[in-house]
Design a binder for this molecule. Structure first.
Ligand SMILES: [Zn+2]
Ligand SMILES: [Zn+2]
Length: 127
């Protein structure tokens, strides 16, 4: 994964980088920098989705670290202890643990299907 690109400008109370536009003498509009970076470099954010920081660094504007998720997923990935295991988004090799690549073993641990497949292919080759 590429390193975080931290926004060095203003941050709002939640720690997200933002910029403020003066739209008129009284009207000031602020916009989250990570949303702007994503829209600019990746594309429009799907309707009803929020951008989640995979790196959990709210000041980060690296679009590679941003993933549009539903509000619920974002809350689930929050920093509470119970959510820690659920918050595991990548395996140790960096594969995304979502959708078809996510395997939940009988103990409830989240595992990467690609790495599981690799491991079994390797053991077949060795024997
Ligand atoms: Zn980052
Ligand atoms: Zn993997």
């Amino acid at each position: 994964m590429t390193p975080c690109v931290e926004w060095t400008g203003g941050r709002n109370s939640q720690g997200y980088g933002y910029v403020a536009f003066r739209m008129g003498p009284r009207k000031v509009q602020s916009k989250s920098v990570h949303r702007m970076a994503y829209e600019l470099l990746v594309g429009p954010i799907p309707e009803g989705k929020q951008l989640d920081h995979l790196c959990r660094n709210r000041a980060c504007v690296n679009p590679e670290h941003l993933e549009p998720v539903t509000c619920q997923v974002n809350l689930l990935r929050g920093a509470t202890l119970a959510a820690k295991n659920a918050a595991k988004t990548h395996c140790h090799r960096g594969h995304l643990l979502i959708g078809g690549n996510l395997y939940v073993n009988p103990k409830g641990h989240r595992e990467c299907k690609r790495c599981r497949a690799n491991a079994s292919a390797k053991s077949r080759r060795n024997t």
